[in-house]
Write a protein that binds this ligand. Structure first.
Ligand code: BTN
Length: 322
């Protein structure tokens, strides 16, 4: 939340979002506040992590501007078939984690999506954190009631990765890596964190969280793995990309309990970054070395090791040097 005086700060942010230089006097007049209040507003925006430059007595600007998220605009951009599946869409200024926020809504999270301008404790897989600066990138979660427990989820993660790749435009430079990373030129551009809450063998809530690097800016320095930014493929709108993600994800969640992974297998094996490369599978116990051979009919990773094809449902993989 923007906190005390939140409406004024929000309005200030909207004015500065165009990336142009605005004088303190013009901002004060526009907002109907004093110049001191404008300066306090700028300080508050900086505290959120927004880069606001003060240009020697001339005014303030956000370099490059920001495209703020707008729930109504995202809704309007959705195809009717996806909009019909959506029970609610919310944009938060700030939250610890959009996944955590939906999990707390329990049953009310079904078919709801939440996006945030900033996450203060964005979560990645395997206890990692997800760098989530304000007004940049996308942090989006969707909740879905899931009837069949964990067993019915088999293969959903790779299917979601394919949906995300399609939503990001399906450029040939975008590949997938098991279980659910999307990479641009071999560097991670989007990550997916699927979590279930409730009965692991019965009805539960599935929360699918997606982070897309879409203009990371200076915060990228904090990322401890090779990463890419979708802006490398040209300018991508945040609202349009959010709508494209929902347009792919909602029908997938609706259909997957009936379709399972099989219809996605060929697409995965065509776009799999690791296919036929030497990999190491990191499991809880000893790592397994072999050659990746794509995925099986349920989305399990296939690795050839010692002349035997083994199938893995859990773990992570890394590509080994030849
Ligand atoms: C990964 O480690 O690859 C998964 C990253 C998932 C990040 C997204 S951002 C939106 C949602 N909220 C979170 O806290 N995490 C996910």
């Amino acid at each position: 939340m923007l906190g005390y005086n939140g409406a004024m700060k929000r309005r200030l942010l909207e004015l500065l979002a165009d990336g142009h230089l605005h004088s303190g006097a013009a901002l004060a007049a526009n907002l109907g506040v004093s110049r001191t209040a404008v300066w306090k507003g700028v300080t508050a925006l900086r505290a959120l992590g927004v880069e606001v430059q003060a240009e020697g007595g001339k005014g303030y600007r956000i370099p490059g501007g920001l495209e703020l998220l707008d729930a109504e605009r995202i809704r309007r951009l959705l195809p009717a078939s996806a909009a019909a599946l959506l029970a609610g869409l919310e944009v938060l200024e700030e939250v610890d984690s959009t996944n955590r926020y939906l999990a707390d809504l329990a049953e009310r999270a079904h078919a709801r999506s939440v996006l945030a301008e900033r996450q203060t404790r964005g979560r990645g897989r395997r206890g990692r954190s997800w760098v989530s600066p304000f007004g940049r990138n996308l942090y989006l979660s969707v909740g879905w009631r899931w009837e069949g427990g964990i067993a019915a989820l088999e293969g959903l993660s790779p299917a979601v990765a394919l949906a995300v790749r399609r939503a990001l435009g399906g450029d040939p430079r975008l590949a997938v890596k098991w279980p659910n990373d999307v990479l641009l030129d071999g560097r991670k551009v989007a990550g997916i964190l699927s979590e279930i809450h409730g009965d692991p063998v019965g009805p539960c809530l599935l929360v699918v969280g997606i982070g897309v690097n879409l203009g990371m800016g200076e915060s990228g320095a904090a990322i401890d793995q090779p990463w890419a930014d979708l802006t490398e493929l040209g300018r991508q709108g945040r609202n349009a990309t959010a709508a494209a993600l929902l347009a792919e994800l909602l029908p997938l969640l609706d259909r997957f309990p009936r379709s399972g992974f099989e219809p996605f297998r060929e697409e995965w094996n065509r776009l799999d970054l690791c296919r036929d490369r030497p990999v190491r599978v990191h499991l809880a116990g000893n790592p397994v070395d072999g050659v990746a051979r794509g995925v099986g009919p349920t989305g399990a990773l296939l690795v050839e090791t010692g002349g035997v094809l083994r199938s893995f449902q859990g773990g992570e993989i890394s590509v080994r040097a030849r």
